[in-house]
Design a protein around this ligand. Structure first.
Ligand code: UD1
Length: 420
């Protein structure tokens, strides 16, 4: 296992480019299961999570070739309907093979993903959705065994106690493309990644309207064909580098940013005291005034993303005054607080809220990465801190940030990777 050593408290400069979106790639790769024809996906980020999905597709019988950031998926043998525990337990995103397998093979045996450090993470909405489409399911030895004599379109309300679910929307949307008749998904997730997935399915021949809104209508078709698709930029990676620039008082250029996907972050950064220079898809930060504390609450898109909550907390840790951050999407996603406090931050948790008393400086320390976005927050904290930070268990970062160390070195950061 590797660790990351960061010498912090230095402004960064230069430019970096944002990679393709991880969360768009995962369901789009899964959607290739809906056809026997060849799909070519470009701008796929080289990440542990995308590799896990590729391995899963191979284990299901697909032939997958990779060439730099292009992935070609074809069918040379029959598909298997069993998604193994080993694959699904390492990455929840794998669970979105359930809908396509069920639609294509009329049965699926997919391991339940289980919880993770950010919370319990149930799959009730996924199961409610496929049941409404006419599948019967049992839970057996940690697996969902779903069967159908033929999926049928239906009106499905997919809102849960914590809002819509991104991957439940993906599962139901993919299953509905090959169902008989019309499916209306109400309270669907509006995340740009779901819009990308729907657009990919449309290029495969699916009949979908309303993607990117809470009401998606799908008219089932008999068959889907192969397609080519280019994955758009990762809004969470872009948001992470934007927060990094604010946190290190740097104005490096961030290329390939779709700022319309980041309006909630941009709004919060304006409250904080930052404005943006935009030229095409390139963003640079511009300081308006001294930093001010702020309060924010995470919501489903277009609200402030839970996937940027930890990174924003790192920024707030040295902002004078009291900031308040509430996570309404994952109320337990606060494992990073203890690590930031080890670096001298003053953060207290109360239920799903963190109260951050800004300190003058934070200081380098050995810390432990616990999940993907918490790890990104520790990298930001390390680059803000005086002294040297050692981040252990950095494999989490490789799940979601393509070439993170290379990109940071390109910005002039003093970052080294070492074997533990
Ligand atoms: C996706 C993203 C993840 C992001 C999350 C929320 C991918 C691969 N991952 O995860 O990066 O943090 O959206 O934006 O795209 N819930 C239920 N029942 C369900 C499903 C979810 O109650 O059946 C709850 C969850 O516990 C959570 C909330 O709904 O509180 C949102 O979760 P969901 O949108 O499903 O997250 P994922 O799709 O797993």
């Amino acid at each position: 296992m590797d660790k990351l050593i960061i010498e912090g408290n230095k402004p960064l400069k230069g430019e970096i480019e944002i990679s393709g979106s991880k969360n768009a790639t995962l369901p789009i790769l899964a959607a290739s299961l809906l056809t026997d024809e060849t799909c070519v996906i470009r701008n796929v980020p080289k990440l542990r999570d995308t590799m896990t999905m590729i391995k899963l597709l191979r284990s299901l019988g697909k032939t997958v070739e990779t060439n730099k950031n292009q992935v070609t998926i074809s069918s040379k043998k029959d598909l298997s309907y069993i998604a193994d525990y080993k694959m699904v337990s390492t990455m929840r995103g794998s669970f979105c093979v359930l809908g396509p397998l069920l639609a294509k093979l009329k049965q699926a045996r997919v391991s339940l993903p289980g919880g993770c450090v950010i919370g319990v993470r149930p799959v009730d909405l996924h199961l409610k959705g496929i049941k409404a489409l006419g599948a019967k399911f049992n839970i057996e030895s940690g697996y969902v065994l779903a069967k159908t004599t033929g999926l049928k379109g239906n009106n499905i309300y997919l809102g849960g106690d914590f809002g819509p679910s991104v991957l439940a929307t993906a599962n139901v949307l993919m299953a509905a493309t090959l169902a008989k008749g019309t499916t209306v998904i109400e309270s669907a997730a509006c995340e740009p990644e779901m819009e990308d997935l729907a657009n990919f399915l449309i290029s495969m021949g699916a009949d979908i309207i309303g993607q990117g809104t809470p009401k998606i209508t799908v008219k089932g078709v008999k068959k889907l064909r192969g397609a080519r698709f280019e994955i758009g930029p990762d809004r969470i990676e872009a948001g992470t580098y934007i927060i990094l620039a604010a946190a290190t008082k740097s104005n490096f250029a961030i290329k390939n940013v779709k700022s319309s996907h980041l309006l909630a972050l941009i709004d919060k950064l304006r409250d904080y005291g930052i404005d943006f220079d935009r030229e095409g898809n390139t963003v640079k930060l511009k300081r308006l005034r001294n930093p001010r504390p702020t309060s924010l609450t995470t919501y489903p898109y277009p609200g402030f993303p839970t996937d940027l909550q930890a990174q924003f907390m790192a920024l707030m840790s040295t902002t004078p005054g009291v900031s308040v951050i509430t996570d309404k999407v994952f109320p337990d996603r606060f494992i990073h607080i203890a690590e930031m406090n080890r670096m001298g931050a003053n953060i207290r948790r109360d239920g799903n809220t963190a109260i951050i008393q800004g300190v003058k400086n934070i200081f380098g320390a050995p810390v432990m990465a616990s999940d993907l976005r918490a790890s990104a927050a520790l990298v930001i904290a390390g680059l803000m801190a005086k002294g040297v930070t050692e981040i252990h268990r950095i494999y989490h970062l490789e799940r979601g940030y393509e070439d993170l160390v290379l990109k940071l070195i390109k910005l002039g950061a003093k970052v080294y990777r070492e074997k533990e």
